[in-house]
Design a protein around this ligand. Structure first.
Ligand code: SF4
Length: 505
């Protein structure tokens, strides 16, 4: 067998999880330069840039949601695919043991996390044969927040703000614009979309995701699709959804479109949305040894250039200090747009914790507390724990529960990303609480605000879903929903919807 194959795949996984490819870095640098200094978008991108640098410096996960590992492998005729599949699975488990991937594979019936990223359907591994003598392994790690914003349209279809999308390229353009508008900041914009025109429901999504293996700066060889991609990129940023959905100039960093033949009766447009944490790399391996011959997407003569040439997030002096437990009076004085620095005790809680709190008292006193929608990457050290990646998760999933949690248990601040809906907004006003938007994917940046892990409850839900008791210091976030009934998310959605109507496809 190939003695270096396992080690090469492990290197690929670690590098993909911790070091963004040059084309994505370049696009993010361009985005950073496009947002005017001092705006919410520029602040978000500065934190993201700092996070990208921290991840590569410390070989830490760029985002705590290390995503669904999806491998595309090309092998010479006669290669033993069963053995390679097993080696890839073992490399995934080893990367998880080392804290480079978060345990992300959950039994869909019992909700139990397998703990090693292995299970039915995880990881995804596709094999293809080719007539070359080497082996190519490509990997993409696409997180759940952006996966949840994928969209598939069966055209013709009526779309809000855009009217009817017909079975032609204008109709396809409307579908793509609608998908990006609908995603708002929930997929951690600025993102990139892979699109498939045609196919069936299954092949359409697969082909859309495959488009994300193209580099952001390539040009589609089909001139019709090249024109569509350019047209999307020139119009989509005028929607002013902006980084994290905060409003701003940059909403997308890439649009890549492919096409498959379809049945006469079907016309699907499938859109795969990937976030700014666009983790995709590849290697070409020697077919006799499995050793890495060269990396894909990386030019070895091109060293990694830091995203930032200074310290990163800098204070303006207008930041508001919040120290938990927080009083109702202080919460009611905050307004949308305020930047806060949170210190003191913070509890994490996401899907399993919220569902649990509907039927059980909380394991801790939550009055005046800060509840962080976060599923961190945690490593055990002796008797204690260390958090190595801790960005926010998508908050809207907790919308069915959040108002009850605020009402029953006296939570004063909820931190997450992407915003929440009308029920939560009403509860914030009625009970005196705020929603704080942290910067999605900035897992390394926020891990450094955590000064200690003081305990954990509900660990039976698995490490991402447990309730971690943290002490944080100067954890920056932006008030995007206040206790006066204001929501930046609602405003941006309405305004960008208006822009969609004005574009007039
Ligand atoms: S950057 Fe955002 S959408 Fe992407 S994997 Fe991280 S949390 Fe999910």
């Amino acid at each position: 067998m190939l003695p270096s194959f396992f080690e090469s795949v492990l290197q690929l996984i670690v590098r993909t999880s911790t070091d963004l490819p040059p084309d994505v870095r370049a696009a993010m640098k361009t985005s950073l330069n496009a947002e005017p200094d001092g705006t919410r978008g520029a602040q978000a991108l500065t934190i993201i840039a700092q996070n990208i640098d921290l991840a590569v410096d410390n070989e830490g996960a760029i985002c705590q949601d290390t995503g669904m590992p999806t491998f595309e492998v090309k092998v010479p005729v006669g290669a033993n695919q069963m053995w390679m599949r097993q080696q890839i699975r073992e490399a995934v488990a080893e990367a998880t043991r080392r804290g480079k991937l978060r345990p992300n594979s959950v039994d869909s019936i019992t909700g139990k996390n397998s703990g090693d990223n292995l299970g039915p359907g995880t990881p995804i591994i596709h094999f293809d044969q080719w007539d070359r003598n080497d082996i190519e392994v490509k990997l993409i790690l696409k997180g759940g927040g952006c996966e949840n914003t994928n969209a598939q349209y069966a055209v013709p279809v009526e779309l809000p703000h855009l009217g009817r999308a017909d079975r032609n390229l204008d109709g396809v353009k409307k579908c793509i614009l609608h998908a990006v508008w609908q995603a708002q900041g929930k997929g951690c914009s600025p993102g990139a979309v892979g699109v498939c025109i045609g196919g069936d429901r299954t092949s359409g999504y697969t082909h859309a995701k495959e488009q994300l293996f193209r580099t952001l700066d390539d040009i589609n060889p089909d001139p019709r699709l090249a024109e569509l991609e350019a047209s999307i990129m020139s119009t989509v940023n005028s929607l002013e959804i902006g980084p994290m959905g905060f409003g701003g100039k940059v909403t997308l960093i890439g649009c890549k479109v492919g096409a498959l033949n379809r049945l006469p009766a079907s016309f699907f447009v499938s859109v795969a949305y990937d976030c700014w944490a666009f983790r995709r790399l590849g290697v070409v391996l020697n077919a006799a040894t499995g050793a890495i011959d060269h990396w894909l997407y990386r030019d070895p003569s091109n060293p990694i250039i830091p995203m930032l040439d200074q310290a990163g997030f800098t204070r303006t002096g207008r930041e508001v200090t919040l120290k938990a437990p927080i009083s109702e009076e202080q919460i009611r004085s905050l307004k949308v747009g305020d930047v806060v620095m949170v210190s003191g005790r913070m509890f994490t809680g996401r899907d399993a914790v919220h569902s649990h709190l509907m039927k059980h008292e909380p394991p801790v006193d939550m009055r005046g507390s800060v509840l962080y929608h976060c599923g961190p990457v945690v490593v055990k050290e002796g008797d204690g724990w260390r958090i190595t990646a801790a960005g926010p998760t998508t908050s809207i999933r907790e919308e069915p529960y959040q108002h009850e949690v605020i009402k029953r248990y006296g939570v004063r601040a909820v931190i997450g990303k992407g915003g929440m809906g009308a029920k939560t907004l009403a509860a914030l006003k009625e009970h005196g609480a705020v929603y704080l938007n942290a910067i999605g994917g900035a897992a390394q940046f926020y891990a450094r605000s955590i000064k200690s892990v003081d305990g954990v409850s509900l660990l039976e839900f698995g490490t991402p879903e447990a309730m971690w008791h943290l002490t944080v210091e100067d954890f920056p976030a932006i008030v995007t929903m206040d206790a006066r009934g204001n929501s930046l998310h609602k405003d941006i959605e309405q305004e960008s919807g208006q822009h969609l109507e004005e574009i007039g496809v």
